[in-house]
Design a protein around this ligand. Structure first.
Ligand SMILES: [Zn+2]
Length: 459
């Protein structure tokens, strides 16, 4: 049973990564929900029917529902290309630089939920905060349960109605290479048995990082991803911190001790490291084999950036995360603008809630959100507001293998209706009202996901 209605939204402006579409703006949508479904598995679909200046809006058809958001700017539903929603229960934490990244690893290992029900609840809470932040699609890293890759986050995301990719994460190195790879393969088979094409969330693969997945593990992940049709999206943590750089370049440092203690170090592993390579160069063959989404890449030389561009890799930059871990102290400022200039698709992620500001677990704050990350960059670096909006929307979509047009307000050819993923209303704060996008980035107001969630919509 399909239930549909027409929704008209009036606002000060409607903007996407391509253009200021209208100001003042009226948007008319057809909202169709499948009322048979008791769960949110299929959120309402949105068809953009008309968008233009309010003065030129067509007369409303009978039964139209109205939403008045004058004083606000409409932007498309956003993408968070790198997050760890399974860690939502931990909440924001202070970083202790004297402990370094290993201290953070200990926190995560100590706090990680082992119980599937609790994990499910943590992911759903993460989706709630994500929606409150105006984000409708995520690249979520499914953390392991008791060291085993887990489909529990994928199931929770499927139920939540959020879009995007659940990246099945696995570790496989040294004495634990075989067990890690076979766990990855069996989780994939389990997913294939369960998935009936019904979920709004895709499965992807994530060899965790260069310091926990061997080069063979990367190769096998690429082969497994490409063996599916369509190919599974593939992601990894890359070039994140100086401990990783030291391990790969010289085969020494704190990560080596960690690997030895975890039974993940042996002669074969020793031969892969200590060859003077950067993390990006270390996985160059894997990058050439698939369109990787690389999380962070704080550590990037000119040669690294050229390789990422050549391979068509995307980078999920998590500005607050990088600042939290003080990665600039090791590598200098993040080179996202150099990457964009070189042709690398750079998008934004939030990383886990642990590295977000205090209060980010309060739903009213409108975080976990890439809009908040873009605002952080805009305040710190200035820069091109439209590019920042693209990094929250279309570039994130491209990185996750989603249709970019879903994250715009573009109508089809000859103004034909087009499906869109979401509409977000951002109340304007102070600022230059002549430039609404500038205002959206300069203010600190909480975004509101108007559709497809529709809580603010009354008949
Ligand atoms: Zn991460």
């Amino acid at each position: 049973v399909l239930d549909s209605f027409t929704l008209r939204i009036d606002a000060d402006a409607a903007i996407d990564a391509q253009a200021l579409r209208a100001a003042p703006a009226t948007m008319i949508l057809k909202v169709t929900s499948n009322v048979r479904k008791s769960s949110n598995r299929h959120p309402p679909s949105l068809h953009l029917l008309w968008l233009g200046n309010t003065a030129e809006a067509p007369p409303p058809s009978p039964g139209t529902r109205f939403v008045d958001r004058r004083g606000c700017v409409l932007i498309p539903g956003m993408v968070n290309a790198h997050t760890h929603l399974d860690l939502t229960h931990v909440g924001p934490r202070e970083y202790d630089p004297s402990e370094g990244f290993l201290g953070f690893v200990r926190t995560v290992l100590g706090e990680r939920l082992q119980d599937e029900g609790a994990l499910h609840a943590s992911v759903l809470r993460g989706v709630e905060l994500t929606h409150r932040g105006g984000v409708v699609a995520v690249g979520d890293i499914a953390g392991a349960i008791a060291g085993c890759p887990s489909l529990a986050p994928w199931r929770a995301l499927s139920e939540s109605g959020v879009g995007g990719v659940s990246f099945l994460e696995f570790l496989a190195m040294g004495g634990r290479e075989e067990e890690g790879l076979s766990a990855m393969h069996s989780a994939l088979s389990e997913w294939e048995r369960e998935e009936a094409g019904a979920s709004c969330i895709r499965l992807g693969l994530q060899p965790h990082a260069t310091y926990t997945a061997s080069l063979r593990a990367y190769r096998e992940a690429v082969v497994a991803a490409r063996a599916r049709s369509p190919a599974l999206p593939i992601c990894t943590h890359l070039g994140e911190n100086r401990e990783e750089h030291e391990l790969i370049e010289t085969g020494t440092g704190p990560f080596r001790g960690l690997l030895e203690r975890a039974g993940m170090w042996n002669d074969a592993v020793a031969r892969e490291f200590g060859r003077g390579r950067s993390p990006v160069m270390h996985v160059g063959d894997a990058l050439r084999g698939a369109s990787f989404l690389c999380a962070h890449v704080n550590d990037a030389s000119d040669e690294d950036i050229a390789l990422l561009a050549e391979c068509g890799a995307s980078v999920a930059y998590c500005p607050r995360g990088s600042a939290y871990f003080r990665n600039h102290e090791s590598f200098g400022p993040h080179r996202y603008r150099d990457m964009l200039r070189a042709g690398v698709n750079v998008c934004l992620g939030t990383d886990s809630i642990i590295n977000l500001p205090q209060g980010s677990d309060d739903a009213r704050a409108g975080r976990i959100s890439t809009l908040d990350e873009a605002r952080f960059l805009f305040a710190r670096d200035g820069g091109d507001a439209r590019e920042l909006l693209a990094m929250c929307t279309t570039r994130g979509a491209r990185a996750l293998g989603l249709h970019e047009s879903l994250f715009t307000f573009e109508l089809g050819p000859n103004d034909a209706p087009r499906t869109i993923a979401g509409v977000v209303s951002v109340p304007l704060g102070a600022g230059d009202r002549n430039d609404p996008l500038q205002c959206v980035l300069a203010c600190d107001t909480a975004p509101e996901l108007l559709a497809p969630r529709l809580e603010g919509v009354r008949a």
